[in-house]
Design a protein around this ligand. Structure first.
Ligand SMILES: [Zn+2]
Length: 118
């Protein structure tokens, strides 16, 4: 299989994707690839993109799955900016242990925020 030219895919997405909040057509310069994977054996590719709406200022992340001639897209509204998405991409996912630590901390929290932040 010929490798997928992601810049062409983004150009195509910029042509068809619209903001799910206000239906404004996205501008190509506001679309950023967060992550991409390509499997030449199975003829499949996946792209995670972030887009900011110029009109209503909302942000949406789209997961695009390409499987041969078929393309599936799922959009999720997010409060992450494009810069945030790039920043948090480097971090590991939150684990159950992380949640237990937060739960225990909140259980012991006495309500004094100034004391907690020292
Ligand atoms: Zn919008």
């Amino acid at each position: 299989m010929k490798r997928i030219d992601f810049s062409k895919v983004i150009g195509w997405l910029g042509f068809i994707l619209r903001c799910p909040i206000c239906s404004y057509k996205y501008k190509l310069q506001n679309i950023r690839v967060i992550e991409s994977q390509e499997d030449e054996q199975s003829n499949e590719a996946r792209i995670l993109i972030h887009s900011d709406c110029e009109k209503c200022k909302s942000s949406v992340m789209f997961n695009i799955d390409i499987s041969g001639p078929e393309i599936f897209s799922v959009g999720t509204i997010t409060d992450l900016t494009g810069k945030d998405s790039a920043k948090f991409r480097k971090y590991l996912p939150i684990t159950v242990d992380d949640l237990i630590v937060i739960h225990q901390s909140l259980k012991q929290f006495d309500g004094d925020l100034v004391k907690a932040l020292r």
